[in-house]
Structure formats: C-alpha cells, structure tokens
Design a protein around this ligand. Structure first.
Ligand SMILES: C[S@@+](CC[C@H](N)C(=O)[O-])C[C@H]1O[C@@H](n2cnc3c(N)ncnc32)[C@H](O)[C@@H]1O
Length: 533
C-alpha cells in the first residue's frame, strides 16, 4: 500500500540507514483510517496519544482533529520538527514530545492511544536489557530478551489508558506464535482490555517496501472478557470488519471467531485459534500442489536390532580397539540434533562429547583380531539371537545405507521436525531418511526452507498419527504422500530470493533465533503466493 504525500516526500529525502535506525515504517492511510475509527467511534473529543508519532498520520486522519488534544512522542528530532511544521501548516495544535517514549516517566492518562511502534531489532536498542528488567519489575511480567520493542510500546501504552479509554495498535503478528510471545499474550489476557485482533494474511504487504507480518489490536478499557479474531485475506475484508464493528446488522461473510478470554491459552500458538485447522481440506482447491514423492524418496532409518552392540562412542571404539574402517558416523538418538541444520561441526561436537555416534558397519569379509574379539563379546551377551540379528548373515553385518539429504523425527511431541543433513552421518530409526531425487536436488535448499515453515508443518501435521498426550508419529509413506508446493512453479527470480534467504537462515539459525524466525516468515510469504495461485 502506498504512503500519503508527506510520508512519501520524507521517505524519498532521507537515507534508508536513518529510517532503519529509528524503525520508521509509515502506516498506509487505509489502515490509519481504520484504526482511528476505533477511537472516534467512542470519543468525539478528548486527549489522544501517539507514542511513536512519525509525521502523525493517525491524527491527520481524524475527521475533526480540532476537537481533540493531540500529543505524540517522536525520538528523531528532525522528523519531530517536520511533524510540527506539517501540523502548524494544517492549523492543528500538536504537542510533540521529542523524547524516548519508553524511557519517559509519566502517569498522564489518555482517552485514546493509536500507535504503529518502531520496527527496531531489540538487540539494536541501546537500553534493551535494563529496560526489560524494569518492565518486568514495574508491570510484574516475565518478558525475555527476545521480546520485541513493540511489546514494550504496547504494554506501557495500555497503562496510560483512562478506565474507559480505547487503543489501536498495529504490530507484527509473530508474537502470537513465537516462544517470546507467551509472556506478551499472558499480559494481554490478564489486562483484559483486548477486544478485537485482526490478522493480516502473510501474503498481504501492508507496508510499502517492507516485509513483515501484521496484526491490528483494538483495546477498550471497559473490559468485556471476549475477543474477536478476524482473518484479513485482502484489503476489502477491512471494510467488512468495519461494518461488523460499527453496523453489525449489515455485516456478512466474515472470517471471524469469538473467544472468551479464559478459553485462550498463552502457551498455545494462537494461529490454532485463528487459522482454519482444516487446512488439508483447503489444499484440495489448490492446483499447484503435488505429492512430496515427486521430489523425494522417504525411508525409515536403520534398525540395528541391538543398539548396545552396534552403536559406539569414540571412547567405546578406543576401548575395544575397533578399526575406524568398521565405523560409520551415525545419528542414533533424536536428541542428538538440536537445530534444523546438522553440519560437520555438530557431528564433531557429538564425537568429542563421547556420544554414541558411530555405527558398526561390517560388510566386508576381512575381520581383524580386535573386531573378532568384539563380536565374541557380543555373542556372549546374546546379541546374535535377537529378532533382527538372527535373520542376518553374518548376524553382525549391517544393512546398506547412505547419508540422507533430510531427516524427519519419527516421533514428535510438538510439530513435525525436519532437519537438513549436511554431513556423511547415517541415521537410525529415530529419524526417517529423505533422499531427494534429481529433480529435488535442483531445489535442495528451497525444499528445506519450505519444510520448516509453519505453513508446511501445519500441512504435515494433518498426516501425523496421534499417540496421546501430544505425541505423534509419522510413517515414511505419510510423508511421501503429503502434498507440497510444486517447486517447479517457482519463478527463477523467487528461487534466487529463496536461496538468499536460505543462506541468511544458515547464518542465523543457531545464534539469533529471532532473526531466523523472521527469515522463515519472509520465505513463507513467498511460498504463500504460489500456494494460492
Ligand atoms: C513505525 S514509525 C510510525 C510512525 C507513524 N506513527 C506512522 O504510523 O506512520 C515509528 C516512529 O517512532 C519513532 N520512534 C522510534 N523509537 C522511538 C522511541 N523510543 N520513542 C518515541 N518515538 C520513537 C520513529 O522515529 C518513527 O517515526
């Protein structure tokens, strides 16, 4: 959506670095009007606040701005001066406080608060950790370091609302489904003033030239303990929501759900409350979906029949003097993998930590004296009489296997877990092995990115066999038959973008999980476009 004239002029006159420093992403007029209406519907006069003013788009959309006292915080002195000049040219009174909203001590109360908080990585905000501590103490919260700066704007603003006041916020919707968002959701549920949550489909680009997820949150301090959740699939839906809010008798065709606040759990990803869980039914309507088997073969991992004998740590191998030629690196437990990408360094770490990550692979005729002794020890323990070993000839030989391109955890308590295997390690049955065929190899990194997006996980979720208490199991066939995007329909340009996103994901996935999550969201919004074609 396009900017209005003053914002447009500013954006073209200032460096992207300056805007990035202050998180200056301006609200499109259609959204600003929608948010302002929530306030003016209740108040035709009174004290209004914009804690992150910019050029004051919200106040400029008021139908009768002279009737209100307008106050805004703006930390960027240059932009603050421009806002003052703009308002005086429009003959409007504005109190522009040129300071940091988060650091300002104030108890002033407002009838209405409207805000699009700055888009600043919390790590880049100089006051970050001390401020989190302060907020946690002051508002009795348990925010973590990953919390985003917008959460602080929201929490502080809600404290400044009069007992019957209203607030409208537009913020990224990620917190609804991310771990760091749990404490924010807890706060919202305890505060009880949230009335409507409007979630934009990730395929909608709400802000011009800026990729983010978005949600509008509407609050009323006359607490009602009910929350309406709306999905916005295109901008016309906003008009429908407006009708629902202000002329309910005229509204129709709304994708909305109503919950009492005690039905909503902060620990749960809220997409389960607002997305249609019958996603697999919707899939039938999409034409460019194909079975995953178009790109890959899926096999169960290696079943040894006697892990105590066949799996060894480095120390075990030294103790029994097993020649390294008889050992192949192998993942023997699901817990050995902590991230979505398993690389050579991870493997070396497991070896150094003496984890059992070697598999005895004796497939040749030559058996040296040390190995003979080890086999004898195994026979003494009775491993050769086990169900699988007694069917093999010789009993200590191992089925042939090659390292998989991707792994999927066989059992998972939460969502399906896919891992890219960038090592020569084999895997036991705790993972299924995914081997990309020659077509799949052409989209190797794109397929991996796709599989770890929430969108894909949700589709695979439908294939999970439930085992009670949240434990689910996947069978190789279930995975092969699951519908995935036909990756061959992705344009070369988008393939290039996705490959770049993959490189960024590799860089951040271990150290900066919040960045990695953002990258995945970006990738997801590209996949969404193809999914909906
Ligand atoms: C996302 S922009 C929104 C601007 C405007 N309200 C709009 O919606 O178009 C956020 C604004 O907050 C300002 N800002 C950043 N950090 C701030 C802080 N700590 N206190 C007050 N303003 C801040 C930025 O300079 C920027 O103008």
């Amino acid at each position: 959506m396009k900017y209005t004239e003053p914002e447009n002029k500013y954006v073209t006159s200032i460096s992207p670095e300056h805007r990035k420093k202050f998180g200056q992403i301006f609200t499109p007029v259609q959204i600003a009007k929608f948010m302002v209406k929530w306030i003016t519907d209740k108040f035709d006069q009174g004290q209004l606040l914009d804690p992150a003013l910019g050029l004051g788009i919200f106040f400029r959309q008021l139908p009768d701005p002279q009737s209100y006292q307008l106050e805004g915080y703006e930390i960027d002195p240059k932009l603050a001066r421009m806002a003052e000049n703009l308002f005086s040219s429009l003959l409007l009174n504005l109190t522009c406080l040129k300071k940091d909203f988060l650091l300002t001590e104030t108890n002033k109360q407002y009838d209405g608060i409207i805000c699009n908080p700055p888009y600043i990585h919390f790590q880049d905000y100089k006051e970050n950790l001390s401020l989190i501590d302060k907020f946690n103490q002051q508002y009795n919260l348990k925010l973590k370091g990953f919390s985003n700066i917008y959460a602080l704007f929201l929490i502080k603003s809600l404290q400044l609302l009069k007992p019957n006041g209203r607030a409208a916020f537009i913020i990224p919707s990620e917190f609804l489904n991310a771990d760091y968002g749990v404490s924010i959701k807890k706060f919202l549920l305890k505060n009880c003033s949230i009335r409507h949550l409007i979630i934009f489909d990730p395929s909608i680009q709400v802000f011009e030239g800026f990729l983010t997820t978005s949600a509008i949150l509407l609050f009323d301090n006359e607490k009602k303990k009910h929350l309406n959740i709306f999905n916005v699939k295109n901008m016309a839906d906003l008009k429908q929501i407006e009708k629902y809010l202000y002329c309910p008798h005229k509204s129709s065709n709304l994708d909305a759900k109503t919950y009492s606040l005690d039905q909503l759990k902060p620990e749960v990803k809220w997409k389960y409350y607002y997305r249609d869980l019958k996603i697999n039914l919707q899939l039938e309507k999409c034409s460019n979906l194909v079975q995953f088997s178009k790109f890959a073969r899926v096999k169960r991992g290696i079943a040894t029949g006697a892990n105590e004998f066949f799996t060894l740590s480095k120390a075990d191998a030294i103790l029994h003097r097993i020649d390294p030629n008889y050992l192949t690196p192998c993942l023997t437990r699901a817990s050995q993998i902590k991230n979505n990408i398993f690389d050579e360094r991870d493997l070396q770490n497991l070896i150094s930590a003496n984890k059992k990550v070697f598999l005895l692979t004796v497939n040749s005729k030559k058996i040296d004296e040390n190995l003979k002794a080890y086999i004898k020890w195994g026979e003494k323990k009775g491993f050769h009489t086990r169900y699988l070993t007694r069917k093999r000839n010789p009993w200590f030989s191992m089925e042939l296997s090659t390292p998989a391109d991707l792994l999927v955890k066989t059992f998972s308590r939460k969502q399906v877990v896919f891992i890219q295997n960038n090592t020569r390690a084999l895997n036991l049955t705790c993972f299924h092995s995914i081997y990309l065929n020659s077509l799949g190899q052409q989209y190797r990194n794109i397929i991996f990115l796709y599989l770890i997006t929430d969108l894909a996980k949700e589709i695979f979720e439908g294939q999970k066999r439930e085992y009670g208490s949240g434990l689910g199991k996947f069978e190789p066939n279930d995975i092969k038959q699951t519908k995935v995007l036909d990756f061959t329909t992705i344009s070369l340009k988008d393939q290039a973008i996705l490959n770049q996103l993959y490189q960024q994901y590799v860089k951040f996935h271990k150290s900066l999980k919040s960045n990695a999550e953002k990258i995945l969201k970006e990738a997801e919004s590209i996949f969404y476009q193809y999914w909906r074609k």
